[in-house]
Design a protein around this ligand. Structure first.
Ligand SMILES: [Zn+2]
Ligand SMILES: [Zn+2]
Length: 141
């Protein structure tokens, strides 16, 4: 299964399958840029985001995204960090800090357990009763 969607970068329509909503051409360009950026960082230890943006002609937002995806890692001396999306603490990669990650994992765990419990309860209550599939649609006029 696939969808025809507009590329987020160039607006061209393409057959969307998986991943980021960008067309194959833009994806290829982006990957080439990624290799370039990675190479640059390897050769210029201590380079910060601003420098890489200027030298590789890439948006800082894109670099931050790569850091978030943990594809790109700056050296410790560069001091490039992104804020934890949960508590704002500066981290060197990923979306959230390890503390928040642990906290979230715990929450998710209990949430899942709760979900299973409620699901079981609902199944129990709804025994013999069919799901009202689509009957609500008729009232939407
Ligand atoms: Zn494109
Ligand atoms: Zn955090």
């Amino acid at each position: 299964m696939s969808d025809i969607v507009a590329c987020r970068k160039c607006g061209k329509l393409f057959n969307y399958m998986l991943g980021a909503r960008i067309c194959p051409a833009c994806k290829k360009l982006q990957e080439e840029k990624f290799v370039e950026v990675k190479q640059y960082i390897r050769e210029h230890k201590g380079a910060n985001v601003k420098e890489v943006c200027e030298q590789c002609d890439v948006e800082s937002k894109q670099i931050e995204l790569w850091i978030r995806q943990e594809r790109l890692q700056f050296s410790a001396e560069a001091g490039v960090k992104v804020p934890c999306e949960s508590c704002g603490k500066m981290i060197s990669g990923g979306k959230i800090c390890s503390e928040c990650r642990n906290k979230l994992a715990g929450q998710l765990d209990s949430m899942l357990k709760k979900d299973v419990a409620t699901l079981k309860a609902e199944q129990h209550q709804g025994k013999g009763k069919k799901l009202n599939g689509g009957t609500g649609m008729h009232y939407r006029h």
